[in-house]
Design a protein around this ligand. Structure first.
Ligand SMILES: CC(C)(COP(=O)(O)OP(=O)(O)OC[C@H]1O[C@@H](n2cnc3c(N)ncnc32)[C@H](O)[C@@H]1OP(=O)(O)O)[C@@H](O)C(=O)NCCC(=O)NCCS
Length: 253
């Protein structure tokens, strides 16, 4: 199988909130895709990803204090695609941490720790990579959230490279998988589609636009563009949110 970028012309999408609704059908179909093999490695089996200055490793119950500090920072947590706000209490963060450990089979998600001090400076990964229930596209979607005082010092790039490399390095298996049809134009339902990975951010997030443009410069985009959706995140339900995003193909398939 070749990469998405080779199989499909680069798609430029710009979908308004009513575009899909006006199709009057749910535009999801099932395709055959080489996807990550399940079950995923358990939390104790997961690698500790070492970069020049960082270690990315699973966030454990013993990291609760540090995780609370990270999850209460609105400047980064507001940009979370799945949560969209800072946690409101220690109890909320504790529950999120327990869920990360209990629901290990649905995420490839890591704490970003400074090697020099052991400080948890961020979180990075694919929070919903198997069920993809929170995905707008059907593909796993990535998040990178660092504490503001570590921005623009290259840490995001280090975390990105380690995370994406580890994801593509996991074993694959052929499975049926549901995708939104505008991303696979001209491909019949049931046919084989090359695997993809999505990076998505709120369109007004200039920092994320600059970041993803740079880190994805070497990864040919299979599709990029903007789309609107009704926000499902707590406290923002019903608001129209405008997203920007890029879909890349698995370079190893
Ligand atoms: C997005 C984020 C992860 C980037 O991490 P970072 O460590 O600041 O990024 P880096 O230092 O590795 O920057 C790499 C490149 O991204 C671009 N970039 C980073 N910050 C930028 C900014 N504020 N404006 C424009 N471009 C920017 C630059 O091209 C930069 O390279 P350069 O510094 O050599 O010019 C981090 O800013 C963050 O956590 N932001 C809040 C959460 C968020 O918006 N996440 C994205 C959506 S999930």
């Amino acid at each position: 199988m070749t990469t998405l970028a080779k199989d499909l012309p680069n798609l430029q999408l710009s979908l308004g909130v009513d575009d899909l609704a006006n199709l009057a059908v749910t535009p999801w179909f099932s395709y055959i895709v080489n996807l990550v093999e399940c079950p995923l490695p358990t939390i104790p089996e997961r690698p500790h990803l070492k970069t020049e200055r960082l270690i990315l490793r699973p966030i454990l119950p013993s990291d609760l204090d540090a995780f609370c500090e990270l999850r209460k920072i609105p400047e980064c947590q507001n940009q979370s695609k799945t949560r969209g706000r800072a946690d409101e209490s220690r109890e909320e963060t504790k529950q999120a941490l327990e869920a990360l450990n209990r629901e290990e089979q649905n995420h490839w998600y890591f704490g970003v720790f400074l090697q020099a001090t052991g400080e948890l400076i961020g979180e990075a990964g694919l929070p919903d990579c198997v069920a993809t229930a929170t995905s707008n596209t059907g593909w796993p979607e990535a998040e990178f959230l660092l504490k503001p005082r570590f921005w623009r010092q290259g840490y995001g790039t280090e975390a990105f490279n380690a995370l994406v490399d580890s994801w593509w390095g996991l074993p694959r298996e052929r499975r049926r998988h549901q995708l939104i049809t505008p991303l696979v134009p001209g491909i019949e339902p049931g046919a084989e589609v090359p695997e993809g990975l999505v990076f998505q951010w709120e369109a007004h997030n200039v920092r994320a636009s600059g970041f993803f443009a740079k880190v994805l410069a070497q990864a040919p985009a299979a599709a990029e563009g903007t789309f609107e959706s009704r926000d499902m995140r707590d406290g923002r339900q019903g608001e129209i949110v405008r997203w920007a995003g890029t879909l890349i193909g698995n370079p190893r398939s």
